[in-house]
Design a protein around this ligand. Sequence first.
Ligand code: FO1
Length: 315
Amino acid sequence: MRIVVLAGGVGGARMADGFARVMPPQDLTVIVNTGDDFEWHGLVVCPDLDTVMYTLAGIVNPETGWGIRGDTWGALEMLGRYGGETWFRVGDRDLATHVYRTFLLRQGRRLSEVTACLCRALRVEVAIWPMSDEPVRTIVDTEEGPLPFQDYFVRRGCQPRVRGFRWEGLEGAQLAPEARAALEGADLVVIAPSNPYVSIGPILALPGVRELLQDRTVVAVSPILGGQALKGPAAKMMAELGESPSALVVARSYYAFLDGFVLDHADAALAPAVAAMGIRPLVTDTVILDPEARARLAREILAWVAAGLPAAGEG
Ligand code: FO1
């Protein structure tokens, strides 16, 4: 079975890691959000691509879920001494990734090619593709005005109240050719437990993606359990956009193309409402902090899909 995982940052990386642990690497592709990308002191930083890449390479910092384990901060400290901004914390080894990526991009290579080159060097066998080779930048419209994503997320700690989201560059952007080929050939698309607005939203906003998903088997794992996000601002954003935070809001936002929806035990009571939307629910443990839990959830999803998405007690 050829599987494509649509992923954002830490939640996406953990779900991709689960599948990477239980299936042949050549059958798995991860398509990653690039709306969080930005220029940092002249370097092109792709936080979600790097989070997925470092996780699958086994070198991610397990405490933060992003950055490199055991990294040091000498360059950042020096940058601070020069008066440079240091609110976005780039470690010394992580810095090399941004330097080399920027170097390759300036030679005219596409982001997909550059990502493949970095992954090869880190011995990542699973294909990781950016959603687009053209820059697409998430702008968070807040009560204090528009903020570029990392300004909102890191510098302002997700404090300003959200009014909506926009994507700069979307008009000129296409789904990258490698990502498109993977989606076209997929037997199953898994939407990782990533933020539906700012991690999955940009991927779905690219022309043709929703149409491609309508023709495939698509299951999503809820990033919201018990009305809260395990990590990140998804529940806060929901509330500020006038929704009562719930896994149901996520299922509804993917309704047009979703076949199955994976809910945590904490939300078992929502399963009938999911089924009433014509979407098959699977209730299980969706907390995937450790590698064993990730592999178990991936295995469970594969078995569920192979059995034709039976509801509990069926099949
Ligand atoms: N997240 C933070 O909360 N603070 C940081 O200083 C920070 C630095 C950083 C550096 C490299 C990288 O790849 C990711 C980094 N992140 C940081 C995470 C990142 O901002 C978010 O996880 C994603 O953009 C949201 O998915």
